[in-house]
Design a protein around this ligand. Structure first.
Ligand SMILES: [Zn+2]
Ligand SMILES: [Zn+2]
Length: 769
């Protein structure tokens, strides 16, 4: 007889882990108990014969519930206590404040099988879930994850569900907090545009029929509303674009399963695994040439954003449509967050949707779908939300006091660090809208409360950009609660984020490529090489790219203006510029004349911005003229370039400006201008992007390597551009180096908050040794 005590850390709460441990002990005739301690950790005490205990340990790893993850396990052999049975002990309430909030999980295979089995009493039940799957964070009022702390508390378990809940032989429902059945669970209704219920006994089948007929349906899901519509009928897609006031931004497509998605996109086995994982993100994959999807779903793009039906409700809906896939885009009005309530749907979605498929379970926390793409052979996050948030990322050092990173203004997330953990919020979105700012404050409150922190202990970290709402809100919080406030430079935060996400320590050269971040010299940065050390909070900007003039916000929307500004800076005459731009009318000529004059009168700021350089090339090549959504010109240029052949363009030069090494790329832009009439656009686009990345790599080699760096990291939204990344990677490979990309955190501004908090480990005053 031996005994073992185990502490297991990871995603072990809200996933049926304790019942699983209990069952495994029973199966092997072992005695012991399992309980939650400190919330995120599970403690197991087990005794019995040695062979069975080793068998038990292997079962822990190999047969654990599908969404469970073991991050770390500590084992200590100890003395048997002569226990008589096995037991799930009540959570220790003393420290539940530390508990991990489980993210939402996609419906599991077994729950799907039940709703498709006519003999099962959950046949066609749209809210089926079990210990392994279903909503979690989106329905939690507080921790720990117990039914009375979720919006399932409105639905009392019926006798048969209660029986399953109490039966420890019931693998998927014993102790499962969110379970329900048609008798006791939430119910559906299909409403018309005036919110009057339609006379139907099967709202799902009726809604599917309406989609097939070309109607647009708002669907209340688990983390918010979606808008569902046919993805194959051009007129329907265009109608949706008009109603949503969204001329070009791509819509995501949800398919019944990966076998359906294979008809639309090229999908590897690995991609299939990710799509079918409990996180079930939207994945951007190359379109098939013979895709049945309307070209208006993602106009001008090479990739389609696809995901699978991740709730029984979505599955049953798509199953009854003719196509087995449909547009499934966020249910919001332009600039506003996705709706989570009927009230919001009534005021904001009635002008978009013809019908509403709703249910009566409260959505407590808005959780948008996560979006992932591939760069090189790595998956990278564009948006980290459902399935991932609000999981924490652990630091190698402990923070002395809590730290709140406010993030940026676009694709906002915030992050809360305490002890050795950083909890990154779900996607909050663009926070210009006062309503979204209110949401941001509420979600900050939520995390501060459930983790039992005091505002007055918190250090608030903000971006240096004076006009950022996130910064103002951070200052308001600090003023109200007397918090300490720290400013962290935008790109330094991006690079720290990548370093810590990859668990790198030491001297690091960072490459930050993005659209806009406020620099330390009162100019706009976005093409920088920064050398820093994760052990101290000093950093040095060692290289940059030649700047582009910016006269107003309008320049980044109507991007031909940038061409005028760029060429004016390079001493082209107005007439020469007009020959290049070929304006369509006198009004446009006038606009450019004003822009040209503004530059010559010195009314501009300097922007060493990768985003703006790409905009210039996208406009010169006629790939894009207008930014109707964030990143549009760059995304379209990348898409076009996939069809081209790459060649390293050679006309660049390097110069020293006030101790800074600067890449002058005007030679390769000239080459683009000269060759646009003779060379195909895809090859020019690809060669430009590839070369740009290659010379950014050259900047690193010439400026940063003398610092004896340990690693090279990349951050900012533009580093995930495939062609730029390839160029960068190939130049660095010649030096035996590789650029690390973020793994669990978005490279763009959605990852800023994590970087802000992570950078706190470099502040000696904020960390424990
Ligand atoms: Zn399930
Ligand atoms: Zn029931």
């Amino acid at each position: 007889m031996i005994a073992a005590r185990l502490i297991i850390i990871g995603i072990v709460q809200g996933v049926g882990f304790r019942p699983f441990v209990d069952r495994a002990m029973r199966r092997l005739g072992l005695k012991g108990y399992v309980k939650n301690v400190g919330g995120s950790e599970v403690e197991v005490f087990v005794e019995g014969n040695e062979e069975n205990i080793y068998e038990f340990l292997s079962i822990l790893y190999n047969e654990k519930p599908p969404p469970a993850e073991i991050e770390e396990a500590f084992l200590e052999l100890t003395h048997p206590q002569g226990l008589q049975n096995t037991q799930i002990q009540r959570s220790e309430t003393s420290r539940v404040t530390g508990s991990m909030i489980p993210p939402d999980f996609a419906v599991c295979k077994d729950c799907l099988a039940e709703i498709l089995d006519p003999s099962n009493h959950r046949y066609m039940y749209p809210f089926n879930s079990c210990a392994w799957c279903g909503p979690r964070f989106s329905m939690m009022y507080t921790v720990p994850y117990d039914r009375e702390n979720t919006s399932m508390r409105d639905f009392a378990l019926c006798e048969s569900c209660l029986k399953e809940y109490s039966d420890h032989e019931n693998v998927r429902r014993y102790h499962a907090q969110g379970i329900s059945c048609p008798r006791d669970g939430p119910s559906l209704a299909l409403l018309d545009n005036d919110f009057n219920p339609l006379n139907t006994d099967n709202p799902i089948v009726e809604a599917a029929k309406l989609i097939d007929e070309g109607s647009i349906i708002a669907v209340k899901g688990i983390g918010g509303y979606h808008i569902a519509a046919s993805a194959t009928m051009d007129d329907v897609v265009l109608k949706l674009r008009r109603r949503k006031n969204r001329p070009a931004k791509p819509f995501a497509i949800m398919g019944l399963d990966t076998s359906i998605l294979k008809l639309l996109v090229y999908l590897s086995e690995e991609d299939g695994k990710l799509l079918s994982s409990p996180q079930a993100p939207i994945l951007l994959l190359p379109k098939r040439e013979d895709t049945p999807v309307s070209k208006y779903v993602s106009p001008g793009l090479s990739h389609e954003g696809v995901f699978i039906a991740y709730t029984p409700l979505h599955f049953l809906l798509l199953m009854h449509t003719k196509d087995k896939f449909s547009i499934m885009t966020s249910g919001n009005s332009a600039g506003s967050p996705m709706c989570t309530t009927e009230e919001c749907a009534k005021s904001k979605l009635r002008s978009i949707a013809d019908y509403f498929l709703v249910h009566n379970r409260v959505i407590v926390n808005r959780v948008d779908d996560s979006v992932i793409r591939k760069t090189g052979d790595q998956y990278v996050f564009l948006r980290r939300s459902r399935g991932y948030a609000p999981r924490w990322i652990r630091l190698k050092k402990s923070l002395r006091s809590p730290v709140l990173g406010m993030g940026g203004d676009l694709s906002n997330t915030f992050a809360l660090g305490f002890d050795d953990k950083v909890v990154i919020s779900q996607y909050i979105g663009d926070i210009e809208d006062p309503e979204t700012q209110g949401e941001l404050l509420n979600y900050i409150d939520f995390l501060v409360r459930v983790y039992g922190l005091n505002y007055s202990d918190i250090t608030v970290i903000v971006d240096k950009h004076k006009a950022y709402h996130s910064r103002k809100i951070g200052f308001d919080i600090a003023r109200k609660h007397g918090c300490r406030i720290v400013e962290v430079q935008h790109h330094y935060a991006h690079l720290f984020s990548t370093a810590i996400d990859n668990e790198l320590e030491g001297r690091i050269a960072g490459i930050a490529l993005d659209g806009l971040g406020w620099g330390d010299d009162e100019s706009v940065w976005g093409g920088e090489v920064i050398v820093f050390n994760t052990m101290d909070n000093s950093y040095e900007r060692v290289a940059s790219i030649e700047w582009v003039p910016l006269t107003s916000d309008r320049d980044t929307i109507s991007i031909k203006r940038l061409v005028t500004l760029y060429l004016a800076k390079n001493k082209w005459s107005f007439e020469e510029i007009m020959k290049i731009l070929k304006p369509e009318n006198e009004r446009e000529v006038m606009e450019h004349r004003l822009v040209y004059a503004a530059f010559n009168q010195g009314r501009y700021v300097k922007a060493s911005s990768t985003g703006r350089v790409i905009d210039v090339v996208a406009a010169l090549l006629g790939v894009s003229h207008l930014r109707t959504y964030d990143g549009e010109p760059a995304i379209k240029l990348e898409a076009v370039a996939f069809k081209g052949v790459k060649k390293l363009l050679e006309n660049v030069s390097f110069k020293q400006v006030n101790g800074l090494l600067v890449l002058d790329y005007h030679g390769i832009i000239n080459e683009v201008i000269e060759k646009r009439e003779v060379l195909d656009t895809p090859s020019l686009a690809r060669s430009f992007l590839y070369s740009y990345g290659y010379y950014i790599g050259e900047l690193v080699v010439r400026s940063a390597l003398k610092y004896k760096i340990d690693y090279v990291v990349a951050g900012g939204g533009a580093v995930v551009n495939e062609h730029i990344y390839q160029g960068l990677k190939e130049r660095l490979r010649l030096e035996g180096l590789k650029p690390y990309l973020p793994r669990r955190i978005p490279a763009g501004d959605g990852g800023l908050s994590f970087g802000q908090v992570a950078s706190a480990i470099a502040f000696r005053t904020l960390t424990r040794d």
